[in-house]
Design a binder for this molecule. Structure first.
Ligand code: UDP
Length: 482
């Protein structure tokens, strides 16, 4: 049965970096566009249900979160399977429970929105005669690269992957090999390239593609995605920039780190974090510690035990030195830096930290959620990409937007050295003179305007809502006629 109130089902793939923007999209549809929203969440176990992201959204009106039964892929993957392949497997295994859950709904939604790893569920939407959308929780540039992938032949792939030539994408700046996607770098996981190519083929089969970006942030790429001379002939479906969709700052948090920030001068602290999963090698962790110390700047560093990039992982044990410094940081680090730095183990309230007036810079892995959280707070960055599409994000921040610095290319690999880290930190904190902070504040204003009523992203979602309404009416007219 369907009611005439628009109802959208959203499907979130595993990982905080996916769940957070999907939940924010759901909140926006419910609060500003009159939808009832049901978010189906796929996860390897039920612990996500206890996360604040899950529980706070579950308490909202017109928004319901449903954790699909945990999926077990242990028999389907092996030690060479990348995180992306595991994600794809989990999403594939979750399809039967999604189908069951939708068919059991009393008020069945007329629309299904899936994220990048959920494109196989577009077929489920078709079974139920629903409108189908893909929500790209990253940039328009990443969308362009992904839908371009199936059109690349073996020669182009070889030239990019092996000969390290830039990847040409119609209407966009070429992607340098140094900034390329994981799928061109991973030599062990044979299915990665094929899965991304499949996703690239499936995205254009949607009725629309939502992207967590906004018109003024990526005008030329959005144009290339619509223009038949460039990628428009591949995209086919309309592209809707709907961002920035970012987690709002929570109610007054009283943590130690927030108290400490409250005692620091305005825009004086650099915040250092590599997302929900980013981990550095032992050598790189040491260089970063020395770099922060050498910079003489105030810092908050979310530290994780290092892991060398050995497939089996090589965690250090967590014992501490005499002053409490964990043994993977240089001896005495806490003593030497306690007057101007704070180390937070594992996880910090990032949106609150970035919104604090004392924070003046962000050393980030350039995950798109972190990048957006920096932009909406007008905070310039040290771009330190680690994996996925983060190299492309870093290139955009440094070369197009001018709100970040990044390390010099290191053709021989190896860690970023402490002096360079110290220089980058200083240049971001003291970025009044070099224009980065001014540019970051301009972007902040543009981002705020895009989501206001009448702003470009608000208008995009209004168009999507209209399409859903039309679909709903046609379905109910059909039901009455039947
Ligand atoms: N995050 C956080 N505290 C941390 C690390 C991460 O709250 O200590 C949040 C961060 O605010 C962001 C998300 O986790 O919303 C990470 O998403 P992103 O796309 O930046 O990176 P990913 O984790 O997907 O690589």
């Amino acid at each position: 049965m369907r009611t005439l109130k628009p109802h959208a089902a959203l499907l979130a793939s595993p990982g905080m970096g996916h769940l957070i923007p999907v939940v924010e999209l759901g909140k926006r549809l419910a609060a500003h566009h009159g939808f009832d929203v049901t978010i189906f969440v796929v996860a390897p176990d039920s612990s996500i249900g206890e996360s604040p992201v899950f529980s706070s959204a579950s308490a909202l009106n017109h928004l319901k979160l449903v954790l699909l039964p945990p999926v077990d892929i242990s028999g389907l993957t092996d030690s060479t399977s990348s995180v992306v392949t595991q994600l794809v497997m989990m999403m594939r295994e979750a399809l039967p429970s999604l189908r069951t859950a939708i068919s059991a709904m009393r008020a069945r939604p007329a629309t299904l929105v899936v994220d990048l790893f959920g494109t196989e569920a577009l077929a489920v939407a078709e079974e139920f005669d629903m409108l189908k959308y893909v929500f790209i929780t990253s940039t328009a540039r990443f969308l362009a690269a992904t839908i371009h992938l199936p059109t690349i032949d073996g020669k182009v792939e070889h030239e990019h992957r092996i000969m390290k030539r830039p990847l040409e994408i119609p209407g966009l700046e070429p992607v340098r090999f140094e900034d390329t996607l994981d799928l061109f770098l991973d030599q062990t996981d044979k299915s990665l390239y094929a899965e991304y190519t499949r996703i690239g083929r499936e995205i254009p089969t949607a009725d629309g593609i939502l992207v967590n970006t906004w018109q003024d942030l990526e005008p030329s790429t959005l144009h290339a995605l619509e223009d038949d001379k460039f990628l428009g002939r591949v995209t086919k479906a309309p592209v809707y920039p709907v961002g920035p969709l970012v987690r709002p700052v929570g109610p007054n948090s009283k943590s130690e780190v927030m108290n400490w920030l409250g005692m620091q001068p305005v825009e004086s602290v650099i915040y250092v974090s590599f997302g929900s999963g980013g981990t550095l090698s032992a050598e790189q962790t040491t260089e970063l510690a020395w770099g922060l110390e050498l910079s003489q700047q105030r810092f908050v560093w979310v530290v994780r035990p290092p892991m060398d990039d050995d497939a089996s992982g090589n965690f250090f044990n967590g014992s501490n030195g005499q002053d409490g410094t964990p043994n993977y940081l240089p001896g005495g680090f806490y003593t030497r830096t306690h007057d101007r730095g704070m180390v937070v183990p594992m996880w910090a309230p990032q949106t609150e930290i970035l919104a604090h007036e004392s924070v003046g810079g962000f050393v980030s892995h350039c995950g798109w959620n972190s990048t957006l959280e920096s932009i909406v707070n007008g905070v310039p960055m040290v771009a330190w990409p680690l994996y996925a599409e983060q190299g492309m994000n870093a290139a955009m921040l440094v070369e197009k937007l001018g709100t970040a610095v990044r390390s010099r290319m290191r053709p021989a690999g190896g860690p970023i050295g402490r002096e360079e880290i110290a220089d980058m930190v200083r240049s971001v904190i003291n970025s009044k003179g070099n224009g980065m902070r001014t540019r970051a504040k301009e972007l902040q204003r543009g981002a705020a305007g895009a989501v206001l009523e009448g702003g470009s992203s608000h208008n995009s979602l209004t168009r999507v809502a209209k399409e859903c309404e039309v679909k709903l009416h046609s379905l109910s007219a059909r039901a009455l006629g039947a």
